[in-house]
Ligand binder design. Structure first.
Ligand SMILES: Nc1nc2c(ncn2[C@@H]2O[C@H](COP(=O)(O)OP(=O)(O)OP(=O)(O)O)[C@@H](O)[C@H]2O)c(=O)[nH]1
Ligand SMILES: Nc1nc2c(ncn2[C@@H]2O[C@H](COP(=O)(O)OP(=O)(O)OP(=O)(O)O)[C@@H](O)[C@H]2O)c(=O)[nH]1
Ligand SMILES: [Mg+2]
Ligand SMILES: [Mg+2]
Lengths: 280, 292
């Protein structure tokens, strides 16, 4: 190979690129699909150029994740109700704090609903976030019915004329049928307090998760209809590549990314920035 | 399932007479794909496949009348070797009170697992003392106090203004006075690249000289498991790992990655949110789940 000016073979280049894709949690199926795309898209000569291969991949990945959703239609519903769901420990409660603060700073009146009535100190945790965001928290009794707490919060928001309700729910694995049924019930019951609720159902996904995040997205989507994704913990070393497969298969847009543990650590999702970071 | 895929791969080879190296390569490819789909780290997969290949290219498979069985046998043996033996539980030798630290990334299940271990220790005739040393996460101290209350076990009275190293030191002193023989320290979740917070863990370790430092890792963790585990191990010299949320459908390849990266034993597996949802680690169960 050195005889030919030290140029790599196509197989070598693709193998090196494959490693980048896999270690970013892009997964076997999506990585193979991306490499197939690059093989068709580029000429034989370009396929030997790692830079050209990377650029082609970046463009295709950015295209897949750039679902360009419209901005949240806060004016379309009063209150505008956002429901946060996801498996255990991904960052739902923390993210509600961040979003609450963001909306409060924009001059909206926000109510947070402590819909996790199960886990130890869950309501207390949300109350502290309510303080940090400058926002009211409505909670129920520990062990109470989450649907009732959220119903109360939405009704209170209606009578107060609040702009937004953000509903926290307990973390749960998508494989647990009774817990998924509970979530469906929460969704049905809040519509009784306000017809169009929930206006958004956000799935919170942890960037450290591997391929299981795809199963999470499928199951939560099947149960509730997910309207947006929030990808947390991108301040760590995990790349969150699994969302490429999620966007490709389910066409659900990533709305925000979480990049830390303080109230400010939330950013709107930027497809280009996300794609660049995959290859760093 | 992998065994079905391999059966198909080997079936295609029958009638071609003896197996060739190329045939073995196809079977290796099946194994590789399965492990990657299970979230085993890319480099760990490479090392694993190489060790399987070395054995599979031997006459044992090539001359065998049942190459598929022989091949699968090698894969299972290599996987079992990598996963280590059955867990022996916690290291409870040494003069009490023994300190134990729960460490790991944010949200991995440290606080809940600490509660589970406290319950397990009571069932093993110990007197655990729960110590909230997470002063950062909102209501973290509250969370551990609540779990202690559910278990009717004593909990150190930390407050958010305290320093986690002081909390740990004072809790150990209190345990000595009160006759608690195991001190379980809950630490805040942190990134392995957060140097000041990793230093805090090293300082807690220096202050209490723990009998166990357990990395609590989420079974759904992907490729990054290697980077996280390696850094926690380098900084603290872990004594073991607790793999949480195994009650889901994650294949759990992170278990193999973490084991390969650190050589440290997986001691326990979390299988639910309740405090009784803890099992001793059995490598064969986890191995067959990873292989798929
Ligand atoms: N580094 C980092 N940590 C985060 C981020 N988002 C949340 N966390 C941390 O992750 C941990 C879990 O966050 P929670 O908000 O309690 O997660 P949850 O989904 O509500 O958890 P459950 O309600 O128990 O299912 C906490 O330690 C948070 O501080 C993020 O973007 N980056
Ligand atoms: N299904 C399931 N959930 C678990 C398991 N272990 C912990 N959890 C849940 O995971 C979430 C996070 O658990 P925590 O104990 O708060 O995690 P942590 O590591 O202490 O989080 P930080 O202190 O914020 O880093 C909670 O919802 C727990 O109930 C498990 O084995 N199975
Ligand atoms: Mg929560
Ligand atoms: Mg904790």
């Amino acid at each position: 190979r050195v005889l030919f000016g030290g140029k790599k073979s196509v197989e070598q280049v693709l193998e090196e690129v494959e490693e980048v894709l896999f270690t970013a949690d892009i997964g076997v199926k999506t990585s193979q699909r991306l490499l197939e795309f690059v093989r068709k898209e580029l000429s034989g000569k370009d396929l030997q150029d790692p830079a050209k291969v990377r650029d082609a991949l970046k463009a295709e990945i950015a295209r897949i994740v750039d679902l360009n959703p419209p901005p949240f239609a806060y004016d379309s519903s009063k209150p505008f109700v956002m429901m946060m769901v996801g498996v255990n420990g991904v960052g739902k409660t923390t993210t509600i704090g961040k979003i609450g603060r963001r909306l409060n700073e924009k001059g909206m009146s926000v109510i947070m609903a402590a819909g996790d009535t199960f886990r130890a100190a869950a309501a207390e945790q949300l109350e502290i976030w309510g303080d940090r965001a400058g926002v009211q928290v409505i909670r129920g009794q520990d062990g109470g019915d989450p649907a009732a707490v959220i119903y109360d919060a939405v009704s209170a928001a209606k009578s107060k004329g609040a702009d937004v309700v953000i509903a926290d729910t307990a973390g749960r694995l998508h494989t647990k049928v009774p817990l998924m049924e509970e979530l469906k019930k929460v969704k049905r019951v809040m519509a009784k307090a306000h017809e169009t609720a929930p206006n958004e159902v956000m799935l919170v996904v942890d960037a450290n998760n591997g391929q299981n995040a795809i199963a999470q997205a499928r199951e939560f989507n099947e149960a509730l209809g997910i309207t947006g994704i929030i990808l947390t913990k991108l301040d760590g070393t995990a790349k969150g590549g699994v969302i490429i497969g999620i966007c490709d298969e389910l066409k659900i847009p990533v709305r925000y990314i979480g990049i830390g543990e303080t109230v400010e650590d939330l950013r709107p999702f930027d497809p280009k920035e996300f794609t660049e970071a995959l290859f760093e | 399932a992998l065994s079905e895929k391999l059966a198909i791969t080997f079936k295609k080879l029958r009638g071609h007479g003896k197996l060739s190296e190329a045939n073995i390569q196809d079977a290796l490819k099946d194994v590789r794909m399965s492990l990657l789909e299970a979230d085993v780290n890319y480099k760990v997969v490479k090392t694993f496949i190489d060790s399987v290949k070395t054995r599979a290219m031997g006459t044992a498979v090539l001359d065998s009348l049942t190459p598929a069985q022989q091949f699968i046998k090698i894969v299972n043996e290599e996987l079992a070797a990598m996963m280590g033996g059955d867990s022996k539980g916690l290291n409870l030798s040494g003069r009490p009170p023994l300190a134990m630290m729960m460490v790991g990334l944010q949200g991995s299940g440290k606080t809940t697992s600490l509660g589970k271990l406290a319950r397990w220790l009571v069932l093993n005739n110990r007197k655990p003392f729960l110590v909230p040393a997470d002063v950062y996460r909102p209501a973290a101290i509250d969370q551990l106090k609540t779990l202690a209350g559910q278990l009717e076990l004593p909990c150190f009275d930390s407050s958010t203004g305290d320093n986690p190293v002081d909390i740990s030191r004072r809790a150990l002193a209190e345990a000595l006075v009160q006759g608690h023989d195991v001190v379980l320290i809950d630490t805040a979740g942190r990134l392995q690249v957060d140097e000041p917070l990793m230093a805090e863990l090293r300082n807690i370790k220096a202050a209490v000289n723990p009998a166990e430092i357990l990395l609590v890792a989420d079974a759904m963790t992907g490729q990054d498991a290697v980077n996280v585990a390696r850094k926690f191990d380098e900084d603290l010299n872990l004594t073991g790992v607790v793999l949480t949320k195994m009650d889901g459908d994650a294949r759990g390849g992170a278990a193999l990655s973490i084991r390969a990266a650190t050589g440290k034993p997986i001691k326990f597996v979390g299988i639910g949110e309740k405090l009784d949802a803890l099992e001793i680690f059995h490598p064969d169960r986890v191995a067959s789940r990873i292989l798929g």
